[in-house]
Design a protein around this ligand. Structure first.
Ligand SMILES: *Cc1c(COP(=O)(O)O)cnc(C)c1O
Length: 464
């Protein structure tokens, strides 16, 4: 069977259009345009089928924290596939890689988060959380506590359960979502929704919506609050400093669980091992995936506190699990990824050197005529594009017009930067060096300049 390693771009595009359905994509538009084919990667650079070298400002999809091409992970996978390529963790069995990884995660995770239930990614892990938390309350004799409170514009994955937990309107509009007993409060997005309030006032106001919602629904009905420490797919929304302490106070005061979705923020992204540490959150459950294996293998999970795990253990059979829960090759690769992160002090470097260096350069982007706020946490950052900084206005041309143009300019300038509406976002590999940070900023500024010139030329700088 032909592996297509030497096929032309045109041939690859035609076959892709004929047979491959893409996630979150307008297929008709893509067939017309032709897909971009990535053929290899090394460090923080991708190579496409035309030979372009792109600086990957998104670490793949927020996951390739240690960068591409680390042979150690390939060698561990090769060895594990020969020794034990697969075995399940159902039916009272286990294997050394999953045991070692679980011990390591218990060491790294804050507080008494010492118990891991595995999945193949973040969506599945959040589905686990829905079933596990409702079961937890049932075991505790409170089966009416079933409602999850989440946030509009949150992203928790794309399965039926996880997409319901998320607050993405476009996702809820398709496929009959959300499932019952999910409630939503507003997001702490000061730039877009803060009005005349200061960020601090606004952060408190949005946090207190949680308390209002608990009171409205009745504490006896609410099971948990779930949130990303920093919203990722929603546009890298860094909450005001007042937000998380108030959320924590509310969760402590009311009898509900707090789930931190650390799928993006975990494993060094915000300059600590977990975003919960950066923002002073004490979760009962953390969702993990992405950076857990730096994307080299599909693996995710739910990390549970001693209390939550012991209640589940007392509850008889927990009738839930995946064929690939704790897959031995994925577990071995994740463990090696964590070893590299520790041995090479990758989190410390982000916290003390490259993170602050990037933060200084990123803040300067706010002086660009097209940029309103520029925000950053560790190595995840965003800028809001605007035709009127003072008014924090959107574009009359419609949400996403400027963002899409800027994204396309970035690609032309060999930088992968994503747009969410009119926010430009980055989450580069955590091993990005200072020289590579300079390169990223140079390419971003060039792309912003070109976007601004294009919008001006086409008369699209009108505020909405
Ligand atoms: C990506 C993501 C998920 C979903 O993870 P998958 O591995 O794509 O299923 C869940 N939560 C957050 C915060 C994410 O960014």
């Amino acid at each position: 069977m032909k592996n297509l390693h030497n096929a032309s771009t045109a041939e690859l595009q035609a076959l892709d259009a004929a047979h491959h359905m893409h996630p979150f994509t307008d297929g008709a538009v893509l067939h017309e345009k032709g897909v971009r084919v990535i053929t290899s990667a090394k460090g923080v650079f991708l190579t496409d089928s035309d030979g372009n070298e792109l600086l990957d400002g998104m670490a793949g999809l927020w996951c390739c924290n240690i960068g591409y091409g680390r042979k150690e992970l390939a060698e561990v996978a090769f060895a594990q596939m020969q020794k034990l390529p697969y075995y399940n963790t159902f039916f009272q069995t286990s294997h050394p890689p999953v045991i070692a990884l679980s011990r390591k995660l218990a060491q790294l995770a804050p507080g008494d988060l010492n118990h891991v239930f595995y999945a193949s990614g973040g969506s599945e892990a959040n589905d686990t959380n829905i079933r596990l938390v409702r079961h937890y309350w049932a075991v505790k004799g409170k089966p009416q506590k079933t409602i999850f409170i989440s946030r509009h514009n949150a992203y928790h994955g794309s399965t039926v359960g996880a997409a319901s937990l998320g607050g993405m309107a476009g996702m809820h509009a398709q496929g009959g979502l959300p499932i019952p007993d999910i409630a939503y409060i507003d997001q702490p997005n000061w730039w877009a929704e803060g009005g005349d309030l200061s960020p601090e006032e606004f952060g408190l106001m949005r946090a207190r919506q949680l308390e209002d919602k608990i009171v409205e629904l009745g504490e006896g009905r609410v099971a948990a609050f779930i949130a990303e420490p920093v919203q990722g797919a929603g546009g890298v929304i860094v909450p005001p400093e007042t937000y998380w302490p108030e959320i924590q106070r509310i969760c402590d005061r009311h009898d509900i669980l707090l789930i931190a979705d650390e799928v993006i923020c975990g494993f060094g992204r915000t300059g600590n091992w977990f975003g919960s540490e950066t923002f002073g959150i004490r979760p009962d459950i953390m969702t993990i995936a992405k950076g857990l294996s730096s994307g080299y293998q599909p693996i995710g999970g739910s990390v549970l506190s001693d209390e939550v795990a012991s209640v589940i253990d007392e509850g008889g059979d927990f009738n839930h699990g995946y064929t690939y829960s704790g897959h031995p090759v994925a577990a071995a690769v994740a463990l090696e990824n964590l070893r590299i992160m520790e041995d090479e002090k990758i989190v410390e470097t982000v916290a003390n050197e490259t993170g602050p260096y990037l933060a200084g350069k990123w803040a300067e982007l706010a002086d660009h005529p097209l940029v309103g706020e520029a925000v950053i946490s560790g190595m995840m950052a965003s800028v809001a594009l605007t035709p009127d900084k003072a008014a924090r206005a959107g574009f009359a041309a419609g949400v996403g017009t400027a963002g899409l143009r800027c994204r396309d300019r970035c690609f032309e300038n060999n930088l992968v930067m994503r747009h969410v509406g009119d926010r430009m976002i980055i989450a580069p590999p955590l091993v990005l060096s200072k020289d590579e940070i300079d390169m990223l900023i140079d390419r971003a500024v060039k792309s912003l300049d070109e976007t601004y010139a294009g919008l001006e030329k086409d008369g699209l700088l009108q505020p909405a």
